[in-house]
Design a protein around this ligand. Structure first.
Ligand code: SF4
Ligand code: MG
Length: 328
């Protein structure tokens, strides 16, 4: 098994604010039993509507949020129970790219200082000349110029700032990068440039990506495999082509039906979902999608569907494809 990352039954619950008399008023089940693996060098896209738990999944894997339960093995090491001190030692191997890098770039520091800081994580002893060279090499790697080094974050465009965010993420030579909506704030024309940069860097540096987005077009562009999330769970996961050609879960089918298709002779009916996404503080029993599912059956209201491997590496959690006894 060449999996770099193995996630099993990951759960991250947040307690809701205490009530007036200090009583707990419940919890938000942001991530509610997520399992998947990620191979060295591949890109797994996680797609889902806002609030489905995809960002929390990414942060829980990196232990930026500590999970409530489950297992995250990275390079064979269990992260969920790992003490913070040991975890800090592994930080350079796992990095995150945010939607808005500006929010996380110190406005008072030059790009050179920001990158030098990132370059020296887990490493000491580079002299200033060496460090300067490495900063310039890093800028070149992400498509920026040497004369960008001494400027401040506010002097850059959105696309350039994301290049800086990417440079900072790859500085310490990580193995895994969680990219959380990295192009969602950018103009469409800039999005493709950044996605292509990420793909080039992946090839050059052997990076593994967990790529989170609400945008199915972006996910399709970048992913090898795709996981579809709904209310804290993965409802379907498959190879990109299989997922687009033959979506099995009714929620995936609805998502896909909203994507314009290149060949207009191929007729596709748009499936419009009724209702809103229910609150993760009070998820529906059984299949969490049942209040919006046109194919819901009686069992769907009572029994949580388990993931079923219906063909190699194609998992679906839906009673249409098999039943399960596990009540919740
Ligand atoms: Fe629809 Fe039932 Fe499948 Fe859920 S389990 S997606 S409600 S058919
Ligand atoms: Mg998010």
């Amino acid at each position: 098994n060449d999996a770099l990352l193995v996630v099993e039954d990951l759960k991250t619950y947040f307690p809701l604010k205490k009530g007036l008399f200090g009583q707990k008023t419940g919890e938000i089940r942001a991530v509610d039993g997520v399992s998947f693996h990620l191979r060295q060098g591949e890109t797994l896209g996680i797609v889902g509507e806002s609030g489905c738990g995809k960002s929390t999944t990414g942060r829980s894997i990196l232990q930026l949020v500590r999970p409530s339960a489950g297992s995250v093995r990275f390079g064979g090491e269990e992260l969920v129970s790992m003490p913070p001190a040991k975890l800090r030692g592994m930080r350079n191997q796992m990095q995150i790219i945010f939607q808005d890098p500006y929010a996380s770039l110190n406005p008072r520091l030059t790009i050179s200082t920001i990158l030098a800081e990132a370059l020296s994580v887990g490493e000491k002893g580079a002299n200033p000349t060496e460090m300067r060279e490495r900063v310039l090499a890093l800028l070149q790697l992400v498509g920026l110029n040497p004369n960008h080094a001494d400027r401040y974050p506010h002097e850059f465009s959105g696309g350039q700032r994301q290049r800086i965010g990417i440079a900072r993420a790859i500085a310490a030579r990580p193995k895994l990068i969680v990219a959380d909506e990295p192009v969602s704030a950018l103009d469409v024309s800039i999005q493709a440039q950044i996605l292509n940069l990420l793909q080039d860097l992946q090839e050059e540096l052997g990076l593994t990506y967990l790529f989170i987005s609400h945008d199915l077009g972006v996910i399709k562009h970048i992913s090898d495999r795709i996981a579809v999330m709904y209310l804290g769970r993965i409802v379907e996961i498959a190879d990109k082509r299989r997922l687009f050609e033959q979506p099995m879960h009714p929620y995936t089918q609805a998502l896909m039906s909203a994507v314009p298709i290149p060949n207009p002779n191929q007729k596709k009916e748009r499936i419009v979902l009724g209702g809103d996404v229910p609150s993760p503080a009070n998820p529906p029993a059984g299949c969490a999608f049942h209040p919006r599912c046109a194919q819901a059956m009686e069992i769907c209201r009572r029994v949580r569907p388990q993931e079923l491997e219906i063909e190699r590496e194609h998992f679906v959690a839906c009673h249409l494809y098999g039943s399960s006894e596990k009540e919740r």
